[in-house]
Ligand binder design. Structure first.
Ligand SMILES: Cc1cc2nc3c(=O)[nH]c(=O)nc-3n(C[C@H](O)[C@H](O)[C@H](O)COP(=O)(O)O)c2cc1C
Length: 189
């Protein structure tokens, strides 16, 4: 490891390394809507009560649907779903239904939300708290169910090989991840 020579560049570089998700919501007329959301993190209330922390900007349909219904699906985007994510992200529900690309949709097992059949890791969530800051709303979303690809072999929640899930990582550009490096403790004394 060598020291890095850095320069200060102000605040306009807002790049943050983000895993990519597509959020599924229910429209008012009973149809569904999907949009990519990468401002996603996690927190833990107690023991096994994990919450996703999801931020949405502006007045987009996805945000309005979450505020109105309090439920959403959070579908991890694998590299084979890139076309789907790019389509959903470059089209706005208020301009018309997003049917310019083919994809299959089911309903959640625990919460009545639309989920993407192509996704290999899906959270079914319920909003328990919202925080507004300027034009953004951050939703604290209780995870009510997680659906994972049957072919994934996980011993426990920390034993997930991301190279098998092939998540898309977003930084303003789309990336895939490289190698599995090890686990906690492997690199310290
Ligand atoms: C890769 C990617 C990530 C995005 N992440 C977010 C996000 O975290 N929060 C947000 O408010 N909008 C985000 N967007 C923008 C929305 O996905 C976009 O405005 C979309 O068209 C909204 O769709 P809707 O009108 O159906 O809600 C992202 C777009 C892309 C392409």
């Amino acid at each position: 490891m060598k020291d890095v020579k850095r320069k200060s560049v102000g605040t306009h570089f807002s790049m943050c390394v983000q895993p990519a998700f597509i959020v599924g919501t229910n429209n008012e007329d009973g149809t569904y809507n999907f949009a990519p959301i990468t401002w996603v993190s996690v927190t833990n209330e107690k023991e096994n009560d994990y919450l996703l922390v999801i931020s949405m900007f502006g007045t987009k349909r996805t945000k309005q649907n979450v505020i109105r219904t309090g439920v959403l699906s959070v579908n991890l985007v694998s590299t084979d779903m890139l076309g789907l994510m790019d389509y959903f992200g470059t089209h706005h529900a208020n301009d018309g239904i997003k049917d310019g690309i083919s994809y299959d949709v089911s309903r959640g097992d625990v919460i009545d939300v639309p989920i993407l059949d192509a996704s290999r890791w899906i959270y079914e969530c319920e909003v328990v708290k919202s925080v507004e800051l300027g034009e953004s709303t951050t939703f604290f979303c209780r995870i009510r169910n997680i659906q994972i690809d049957e072919q994934l072999e996980c011993m426990d929640t920390f034993d997930v090989n991301l190279t098998k899930l092939e998540p898309v990582i977003y930084s303003g550009m789309y990336h895939s991840i490289g190698k599995l490096l090890g686990k906690i403790g492997d690199f310290s004394e």
